[in-house]
Write a protein that binds this ligand. Structure first.
Ligand code: CP3
Length: 346
């Protein structure tokens, strides 16, 4: 195929074509480690307000592209705008992270809308639409959502916890109710991603940041099956758009994604050995990852060696260079520049 979109290295890698140098983007590449983000963020009333203001989100998406020249830009938003659009109360406390009104029982679940309030999410679609023309021609545009399990775990606990224990306990005690919440999220997330694709996203990533806390049977039931259902729904309507799944912490269970039709790439966390991932996943699935965000904070030899090991480890496969989890706020900008120089020069 010679359609124009395959000229973008990021999309070519997602199509399974090994690139001479892997395309690069970094999870959470926009945000607090950038002074120019802190400056525009300080002017917003709240983080959600910022997320719902296209002038702000377009600018925040573009900032890391201008500074570093990444191969892909990711919509500036958050995975928790979906619970917000489903009618759950969501706030972000500075320095403390998200706070949601926890869903404690059937009554809490019944207060959710059956479908997201699309008007609330319109700013995200407008952001994507504007970015289509604002981005350099070779830079791809990524949309995203949280995976049903990860989003549900925040909806139940009302916040991040060390191991999302409240949602795990809830799922054991009330499997039917929890299943209904997961189903609601599968449908809402599929519609949300399709809307993002229609608005201009050329690929989408599904963040399952809490995949790693579940035992194998629950992992199958609450992570793998809902993800497969979500992917199938999106692919049925937008077959041409590649999907990246990021099951953080699921190193030993990656084989469960090997038969998942419609997943173009798997995002790998820091703990995954490249050769082990390659052995568990089919050759036409691209691999994305997985430099340790702390090596990026440290810089120096730790960073150079980390970059080289990632490049070397994934060399046999179609690879997208990324971190194993989101960039940390204390990351020095010079260290991000170092990644670009070393990967592009390698
Ligand atoms: O460049 C980008 O990727 C920006 C877009 C983006 C944000 N959040 C902005 C954000 C994306 C893709 C996310 C994903 C996200 N949000 C995930 C999955 C990825 C991961 O890191 O595991 C999760 C679990 C969330 C939920 C969330 N949002 C938490 C736990 C927090 C607080 C802690 C933290 O990491 O900041 C947020 C807030 C948030 N989301 C900020 C940003 C820039 C910081 C808030 C601020 O700037 O005031």
């Amino acid at each position: 195929m010679t359609s124009a979109k395959f000229q973008k290295p990021f999309l070519a890698a997602l199509a399974g074509q090994r690139q001479p140098r892997p395309p690069v983007w970094l999870m959470r590449q926009a945000g607090r480690y950038l002074p120019e983000y802190r400056e525009i963020r300080a002017r917003a009333k709240s983080f959600l307000d910022f997320c719902y203001t296209p002038a702000s989100t377009v600018e925040a998406t573009l900032q890391p592209i201008r500074r570093f020249g990444f191969d892909a830009a990711i919509l500036f938003s958050d995975i928790l705008v979906l619970p917000d659009a489903l009618g759950q109360r969501v706030t972000f406390e500075t320095g403390e992270g998200p706070r949601l009104e926890p869903i404690a029982d059937a009554a809490g679940f019944s207060r959710l809308r059956s479908e997201p309030d699309w008007e609330r999410l319109t700013p995200a679609f407008e952001t994507l639409d504007r970015l289509k023309t604002a981005l350099p021609a070779e830079v791809a545009l990524i949309g995203f959502c949280g995976a049903p399990w990860t989003v549900a775990s925040y909806m139940i606990a009302g916040r991040g916890t060390p191991d999302q224990g409240p949602a795990r306990l809830f799922a054991y005690r009330h499997p039917e109710l929890f299943g209904a919440l997961i189903d609601r999220l599968v449908d809402a997330s599929a519609d949300y991603l399709v809307h993002q694709i229609v608005a201009g996203a050329e690929a989408v990533q599904i963040f399952d940041s809490w995949a790693g806390v579940l035992p194998p049977a629950e992992f199958e039931r609450w992570c793998v099956a809902p993800l497969a259902a979500l992917v199938a729904k999106v692919k049925a309507r937008e077959p041409g758009t590649p999907i990246i799944a990021f099951p953080r912490g699921a190193a030993s269970q990656l084989g469960k994604f090997s038969g998942m039709k419609g997943v173009a790439a798997i995002g790998l966390d820091t703990a995954v050995e490249p050769a082990a991932a390659a052995a568990m996943l089919p050759g036409d699935m691209a691999l994305q990852g997985n430099l340790d965000p702390l090596a990026l904070v440290a810089g120096g030899r730790a960073l150079d060696e980390g970059i080289d090991r990632v490049l070397e480890g994934f060399r046999p496969r179609a690879h997208i260079f990324n971190l194993g989890h989101g960039i940390l706020p204390e990351t020095p900008i010079a260290h991000v520049e170092r990644i670009m120089a070393r990967v592009r020069g390698a």
